[in-house]
Structures are given as structure tokens and as C-alpha cells.
Design a protein around this ligand. Structure first.
Ligand code: ADP
Length: 335
């Protein structure tokens, strides 16, 4: 990742204290973001609190003042030291009002929410209904958040999947086998696309593009005709996980024997890559700088290698499109 500048810290800051939480699915690199929020706040004389277990911990009042040492030795750890949760109660307006009251009673003036689209929906409503200032930091392995080119955790997940593909390829080429590797991505094919290109897959199946069984067969046959003895097909799990198995069954009926490997949760954990640590550090600090300069009700992300602020209403519920150029490139490079 190129060096990215963070927004300038304002001469007169618009808040004296803030809190940070992680919510929804965990992602490697979230700890780097938490660490940056804490240390960048303290460096600028802002009192900073850590909230455990996302919105659930907030409602339970699990809020602790953070010191520089509270975030020592965490940058290299996967998951999130603040823990995370799914909190259905937060869907209720009355509960969000209660949350704002809990924060205000502690003297907290702003909230940094590290999470995905759902967590941002909660943060956005909290601000709209109560005026409590919030800012989002995109942390999800899926990279499916609109308004940012990159999310914290995506690079690590792709690297994990590529490492697995490299190992599978050793077996695939030794035995002359066809492997279907299922990666994460219910609604989006970003992990599959990057894994497929970086791992040299013969075919990539993603929810965004039509890929029928005959099309898959054709790509395998094309490889065989040019002397390939093994193939790797990367499949995004899609809305109903187990897609690789279903494709495998279909291929079997057509006379192709395949092996299935579902990577599952190993893609979510693990040591964050340098890229995700850097991204988490930059976005965490940028979130504090924006809040201090009076910006809130939106997400801090990366657009064309620049830190950018996007209002929540332009982020939430929008679908980030998979670049068609990259899909076409994957096909060209696999031939
Ligand atoms: P992610 O943030 O990774 O997309 P979820 O969609 O599970 O994960 O959302 C995390 C949490 O955010 C939910 O458990 C809930 O507390 C809160 N949340 C999600 N959607 C909404 C919503 N529409 N209104 C209020 N809170 C929400």
C-alpha cells in the first residue's frame, strides 16, 4: 500500500472525548485500527474509551478508559481485542436512544464504529435520531462496502486463500486433478476474483456474473485441449454456501471427476498482512481527525489511494460493483 496521508488535525478540535467499538464480522487488521484510534486520540489530547462486544457491550455499559498501553502488542493479532457481536436489540429506536444516553453520561462525545454495512446502519440511525456523532471505519474481509476501494481484512483473507490454492495446486498438478475451491463471499465476489487472479485459477465463479455448468465445462475442456492436466476453479460461496459441491456434482454427471475444498472460516482469522495493518492504522487515525474537525455521520475510506469521507446515506445498502475489467483479465490470463 502506498503511503497515504491523513486529514490534517484541526487547530481547534470539536470534541474532547470519544469511544471506539468493533461490530459485526471480525476482520484481521481491526486491532491496528483500534490501536490507531486510541493512540491518535491520546496524542491529540482527546480522552478515549474502548467499548467491548460492539453494540451489545455498549448497552451493557462495558466501557473502559483507554491508555497508550491498553493497545500495546495488538497490531500483529487477528480478530479484535475489543471483541465483537451481533446485537439485534440495536434495531430498536428506543434502544439506540438508551445507547446515546449511556455514552453521554460517561462524557463521551463521539463514537468510532469499526465494522461493515450493518454496523454503519446502526451508527447512522443513532446519529440521526439522537444527534450523537458517529463515524464508520470499514472492517470486513469481503471488501463489499460502497464508498471505499478497500476494507480492512480483505487483503489478509485473499492472501490466506491464495496460500491455500498454492498448496492445493501442488496436489492438483501432481495427480492431474480438477479442484473446486470455495471461498467466502455471500453477495460479492471480491475475494474470489482476487484469489482467482492471484492464484492463477482456470475459472472464477462469482455471484455478480453468470457462470453456467456448460460454461465451466467449456473452460475445463479448453485447458485440457491445450494440454493442461489439472485445473483449479475458485467459487464464491454465494447466498447458499455449498455451491462448489453442487457444481462438483454437476460436473460429475458430465464425466468430470473433481475434488472440493471449502476454505471457510480460516479466511477470517490469522495474522493481518502489512497492508491491512497499514490500512487500519491510517483509517483509525483519519476517523479521529475527521471527528475532531466536526465531520460525522459517514464513513472514512480509501478512494484512489486517498483517504475520503463519504456520508452514510451514500454507503449503506449500496452494492459495490465487481470490476468487469478484472473479470475479463482473469479469463484472458487463465487461457
Ligand atoms: P456488519 O457490520 O459486518 O455488516 P451485521 O450486519 O451483522 O454486520 O451488523 C452488525 C450489527 O449492527 C447488528 O447486530 C446490529 O446491532 C447493527 N445493525 C445492523 N443493521 C442495523 C439496522 N438496520 N439498524 C440498526 N442497527 C443495525
Amino acid at each position: 500500500m502506498a503511503m497515504i496521508t491523513i486529514p490534517e488535525f484541526p487547530k481547534t478540535k470539536k470534541l474532547k472525548s470519544l469511544a471506539v467499538l468493533t461490530s459485526g464480522g471480525d476482520a484481521p487488521g481491526m486491532n491496528a485500527a483500534v490501536r490507531a484510534v486510541v493512540r491518535y486520540s491520546i496524542a491529540n489530547d482527546i480522552e478515549v474509551f474502548g467499548i467491548m462486544k460492539g453494540y451489545s457491550g455498549l448497552l451493557e455499559g462495558q466501557i473502559e478508559a483507554m491508555k497508550l498501553s491498553s493497545v500495546a502488542n495488538i497490531i500483529q493479532r487477528g480478530g479484535t481485542v475489543l471483541k465483537t457481536s451481533r446485537c439485534p436489540e440495536f434495531m430498536k429506536k428506543q434502544v439506540r436512544k438508551e445507547a446515546a444516553y449511556i455514552l453521554e453520561r460517561k462524557g463521551i462525545e463521539g463514537l468510532v464504529v469499526i465494522g461493515g454495512d450493518g454496523s454503519f446502519a446502526g451508527a447512522s440511525l443513532l446519529e440521526k435520531e439522537t444527534g450523537f456523532r458517529t463515524i464508520g471505519v470499514p472492517g470486513t474481509i469481503d471488501n463489499d462496502i460502497f464508498g471505499t476501494d478497500d476494507t480492512i481484512g480483505f487483503d489478509t483473507a485473499v492472501n490466506t486463500a491464495i496460500e491455500a490454492i498454492d498448496r492445493i495446486r501442488d496436489t492438483a498438478s501432481s495427480h492431474g486433478r480438477l479442484f473446486l475451491v470455495e471461498v467466502m463471499g455471500r453477495n460479492s465476489g471480491f475475494i474470489a476474483l482476487s484469489t482467482g487472479i492471484g492464484g492463477g485459477a482456470e475459472t472464477i465463479v462469482v455471484p455478480e456474473a453468470e457462470m453456467t455448468l456448460p460454461m465451466i465445462r467449456k473452460s475445463i475442456e479448453r485447458g485440457m485441449n491445450r494440454g493442461k492436466t489439472s485445473s483449479i476453479i475458485v467459487v464464491a460461496e454465494g447466498p447458499k454456501p455449498g455451491l462448489a459441491t453442487r457444481i462438483g456434482r454437476g460436473l460429475e454427471k458430465a464425466g468430470f471427476d473433481s475434488k472440493i475444498c471449502t476454505l471457510g472460516h480460516i479466511q477470517r482469522g490469522g495474522v493481518p498482512t502489512a497492508h491491512d495493518r497499514m490500512l487500519g492504522s491510517v483509517l483509525g487515525a483519519a476517523a479521529v481527525a475527521y471527528l475532531a474537525s466536526g465531520k460525522s455521520g459517514g464513513m472514512v475510506g480509501i478512494t484512489r489511494n486517498e483517504v475520503a469521507f463519504t456520508p452514510f446515506k451514500e454507503v449503506i445498502g449500496k452494492k459495490k460493483t465487481l470490476p468487469k475489467v478484472a473479470m475479463a483479465l482473469a479469463e484472458i490470463l487463465a487461457t
